[in-house]
Design a protein around this ligand. Structure first.
Ligand SMILES: Cc1cc2nc3c(=O)[nH]c(=O)nc-3n(C[C@H](O)[C@H](O)[C@H](O)COP(=O)(O)OP(=O)(O)OC[C@H]3O[C@@H](n4cnc5c(N)ncnc54)[C@H](O)[C@@H]3O)c2cc1C
Length: 491
């Protein structure tokens, strides 16, 4: 992953079969899939890899228990299959996680017990572990901070969790190893047409302002909630297909729910599910669902959402967390596919993915879930092979292919007593993983801002100083970067 070399590849006119717009889960997965079939691929990401929704998820690789309640059995079966594949393919990133659904009413143990047994059944051979039916004593022993009053026991089921942004970086590495040319902070500003067909893109390096034209036989739009912006460049005035819905999270000290198991609250006031999940020695609580949320790369949790999450967490915990206990908040925008009748709640909108080929042959993939990125990539690249007439490209190669994290064996000094990262992690981000800005390092290569905003602000000047030293930048760059980082934290 070398940004300068990749910029030279595209500006020297290297021919590509495929251009992928967007470097989130969908784009990175598609680049990996296409490159591993032998296609020549370029990927352009306007911001940082995973800076959009793909670093802002609830960090679950899951079948989606709640979609079963909506009767979306095919979606759940597909997600459970991909969940099982990912646990096997990417064990460095994806870890099985047990969830308790606590029961406070007599019928809940029975009701959720039946639903979750069906969930196990749908997972089949790719299931993680069997659902268990727990009595009150077992639940309070395992979850000593769970509200005891009225507790009748619960149902323990299995899904998995992961580090979303790091998996995107790993996918970009896999794609790069297979020959793909991926560039972050590089926006697609125009689509190039020839005889009505989309034959390339104009790109702009967001750091230098330099522009270039890049040609390819097929262009694939993987821009999540920004899909309609790119579709409008193809066909101005076209109908919108995206319904964006904001989901917010709060991050608390893990003392509120110690241990390695999570809790799933199956029904909140507004009919959603709520998770409280241990993640990197913190507790992530989420999420909300605010339909028709404004589209931006840096959505923010509102104070109402924070209050809602604190209120719901407090209902199930012995010690009630307050606003002062919130170490960080983060929000993301779901790129849902707008149903013909979009009057209902966005929580009810299907999470299945949708592929569209326009009259100029621009391919757009929208919707879906992080968990199903591999299947989405396979489907969209199958379509690109058809559209581009890439007869020489074989079938999808990604199923069963391992995805590994570069493990550092050397012990190194931690960057901050409250953050689980070393200076070696920072150096690797800058030298090997295309991190250009403080936020690239502290938000997506390392997950500091997601875990602890105050600690991230404390450590930022020293991180900026070392980044400048490694990249030959001066005092001016450090000052500008710290300023930009503080605006990022505020937003
Ligand atoms: C709150 C929340 C919680 C979620 N939790 C889960 C979960 O636990 N498990 C799960 O499976 N799924 C979850 N999801 C869904 C999942 O996160 C998304 O489906 C997935 O991340 C979408 O990825 P994407 O690549 O399509 O979009 P994005 O990650 O948004 O990527 C699109 C990229 O395109 C780039 N872009 C836009 N315009 C341009 C341009 N002109 N040129 C170049 N690049 C451009 C953007 O900068 C962006 O990085 C959650 C979603 C939300 C919002």
């Amino acid at each position: 992953m070398n940004r300068l070399e990749n910029w030279q590849r595209v500006t020297k006119g290297e021919p590509f079969d495929l251009i992928i717009i967007g470097g989130g889960a969908t784009g990175a997965g598609a680049a990996w899939d296409a490159a591993s079939r032998g296609l020549k691929v370029a990927l352009f990401e306007a911001n940082d890899f995973a800076e959009g929704t793909s670093s802002r998820s609830t960090k679950l690789v899951h079948g989606g228990v709640r979609y079963l309640q909506n009767g979306q059995v095919d979606l759940v079966r597909e997600a459970l299959r991909e969940r099982g594949n990912l646990v096997n393919q990417a064990p460095d990133f994806v870890e099985p996680l047990a969830f308790l659904v606590p029961a406070y009413r007599w019928y809940e143990r029975f009701f959720y017990g039946v639903g979750l047994t069906l969930y196990d059944f749908l997972a089949g051979k790719l299931g993680i572990k069997k659902t268990e039916h727990w009595g009150r004593q077992k639940a309070t022993d395992a979850f000593p901070t769970l509200r005891e009053r009225g507790l009748r026991g619960g149902t323990l089921y299995w899904d998995a969790q992961f580090d979303d942004a790091r998996l995107v970086i790993a996918l970009i590495k896999k794609a790069s190893d297979a020959g793909a040319c991926a560039i972050n902070h590089c926006r697609v500003t125009e689509l190039l047409k020839d005889a009505g067909r989309c034959v390339g893109v104009e790109i702009c390096d967001e750091h230098s302002g330099e522009r270039a034209h890049v040609s390819a036989k097929v262009v694939v739009n993987c821009t999540g909630v920004f899909s309609d912006e790119v579709r409008a460049k193809d066909r101005p005035g076209t109908d919108r297909i995206i319904l964006s819905s904001r989901g917010s999270h709060i991050v608390l000290d893990q003392k509120f729910l110690p241990g390695s198991r999570a809790i799933m609250i199956p029904k909140t006031d507004d009919g959603r599910v709520l998770f409280a999940i241990p993640w990197k020695n913190r507790l992530v609580v989420g999420t909300t669902d605010i339909g028709e949320a404004p589209i931006t790369v840096t959505p923010k949790a509102s104070e109402e959402e924070v209050a809602y999450l604190l209120d719901h967490a407090a209902r199930y915990l012995n010690e009630k967390p307050s606003r002062a206990d919130v170490k960080a908040t983060f929000a993301g925008l779901r790129p849902l596919v707008r149903p013909a009748d979009s009057k209902g709640s966005s929580a009810q909108v299907s999470r299945t993915h949708h592929i569209e080929v326009s009259s100029s042959q621009l391919i757009t993939i929208a919707g879906g879930k992080w968990t199903t990125f591999r299947q989405m990539a396979e489907d969209v690249i199958d379509r690109a092979v058809e559209v581009g007439g890439f007869g020489e490209a074989g079938p999808c190669q990604t199923l069963g292919e391992t995805i590994v994290e570069a493990q550092e064996q050397v012990s190194a000094e931690f960057i901050h007593p409250d953050l689980p990262y070393s200076w070696r992690d920072v150096e690797r981000a800058v030298r090997d993983e295309m991190a250009l800005t403080l936020a690239d390092v502290l938000s997506r290569r390392l997950r500091c801002t997601f875990l602890d905003e105050a600690a991230s602000i404390e450590i930022a000047p020293e991180v900026a100083r070392r980044m400048a030293e490694w990249t030959g930048k001066g005092e001016e760059w450090i000052a500008a970067e710290l300023d930009r980082f503080s605006q990022f934290i505020d937003s």
